[in-house]
Design a protein around this ligand. Structure first.
Ligand SMILES: [Zn+2]
Length: 86
């Protein structure tokens, strides 16, 4: 290998199941965005119900859906079943 050259190192991005994902929606309707928010939920159902209710109440039809979760980035090697969280 050439001195100073980097050898490619495999990385794996894996879900961190210790922390549950979060679902959320924000109203993006109007010339000045409404920005009302569903608040964070543990699954998509309550977020969809909030969007339907908000749409019925306001006529707003455009939403930003937000999904967030934690992942672990591992350098090479197999990932332990527990995600390697101490
Ligand atoms: Zn709205």
């Amino acid at each position: 290998m050439t001195p100073g050259a980097f050898r490619p190192v495999p990385y794996a991005v894996v879900g961190n199941e210790v922390v549950e994902p979060t679902y959320e929606a924000e109203c993006a309707s109007g010339e000045i965005a409404c920005c009302e928010n569903s608040g964070p939920h543990r699954d998509a159902g309550p977020v969809e119900r909030w969007m339907r209710r908000h749409a019925d109440d306001t006529g707003h039809r455009r939403y930003l859906r937000i999904f967030s979760d934690y992942v672990l980035v591992r350098r090479g090697g197999p990932v332990p079943a527990d995600g390697g969280v101490p």
